[in-house]
Design a protein around this ligand. Structure first.
Ligand code: GLN
Length: 289
């Protein structure tokens, strides 16, 4: 797939600026630019200095196909296979949820509760692409992070991300929530579980249509997964250890109640940058319980 310099003896094929002009009319301009950069393996800055370069017909056809898929709704992250999260450019696939900026709030709240030194044991339940686990492992090199997912295909992606980022204080295990953590306890357990109501019409809209249903929806009230995590967390937390759960903006009160009913204390909900309830945290009492 060649980018050819403009030349008098070669018939100009398709100029980059013309190709982009058409694409920007079909999809979000920034999506068009991102997809072209992805296809050509170029940084965004390249585009603006190379509008008069021409692409061969093969490259132009490949770009047209990407634009077509984007126009019918496929998420950009699945078309490029990547999504920025924290300070990483993570690999994602249709086996993983696309990491959201809201989840960075959960990472920050977790880091506030993980001292920079000392071996802390951390679990990330339903890790998907590994976003939360990788951010915690990267920021706390002395911590030991275990990332769990029920999907082998998601774990494959997450493992690849850990390799790319050269993070070695992270271990991946396949299974349902706490199933692969029998008999183990942690200083901190984090999760961005599925939390959308099964019949929420949003599941049939936008990016959500392409994301794994099992990573999004969780029962009639969206709380099935959180109920399991809340119920089993105390047995897997050290005294004083924290549980942090991401949830829907209308679920704060229900999640606080579930964590409190499970025997955790100090349940509190934090709001995201859109000022919506997003993460609830609670800890295990120091005297055991
Ligand atoms: N935040 C996602 C959304 O509502 C859902 C993610 C999840 O269920 N964990 O679009």
């Amino acid at each position: 797939m060649a980018i050819l310099p403009v030349s008098r003896d070669r018939p100009a094929m398709i100029r980059v600026d013309a190709l982009l002009r058409d694409a920007r009319a079909r999809v979000e301009p920034s999506d068009a630019e991102l997809l072209l950069c992805h296809l050509l393996g170029k940084p965004r800055s390249w585009l603006f200095a190379h509008g008069d370069d021409v692409l061969d017909t093969q490259a132009a056809a490949a770009f047209a196909a990407l634009i077509e898929r984007r126009a019918t709704g496929e998420p950009v992250a699945y078309l490029t296979g990547r999504r920025g999260f924290w300070r990483f450019d993570l690999r994602v696939s249709e086996a993983t949820l696309i990491p959201r900026p809201e989840t960075e709030l959960l990472v920050e709240l977790a880091l506030d509760r993980l001292p920079g030194s000392g071996v802390r044991r951390v679990a990330d339940l339903g890790t998907g692409s590994g976003a939360i686990a990788l951010a915690l492992a990267c920021e706390r090199p002395s911590a030991r992070v275990i990332a769990v997912d029920v999907s082998p295909a998601a774990l494959e992606i997450a493992r690849g991300n850990a390799l790319e980022l050269d993070l070695h204080n992270i271990e991946f295990r396949q299974g349902d929530w706490f199933a692969p953590l029998a008999g183990e306890s942690f200083d901190l357990i984090a999760s961005n579980p599925p939390y959308i109501e099964t019949d929420d019409p949003h599941l049939a809209q936008g990016d959500l249509r392409y994301e794994p249903a099992g990573a999004l929806a969780s029962g009639a009230d969206g709380l099935d997964a959180i109920r399991i995590i809340a119920r089993e967390a105390p047995a897997h937390l050290h005294a004083g250890g924290w549980l942090l759960i991401e949830h829907g903006w209308e679920q704060g009160e229900a999640v606080r109640a579930l964590l409190t009913a499970a025997g955790l204390i100090d349940a509190a909900t934090q709001r995201d940058w859109e000022d919506r309830d997003r993460v609830t945290l609670a800890r295990k009492p120091l005297d055991g319980a």
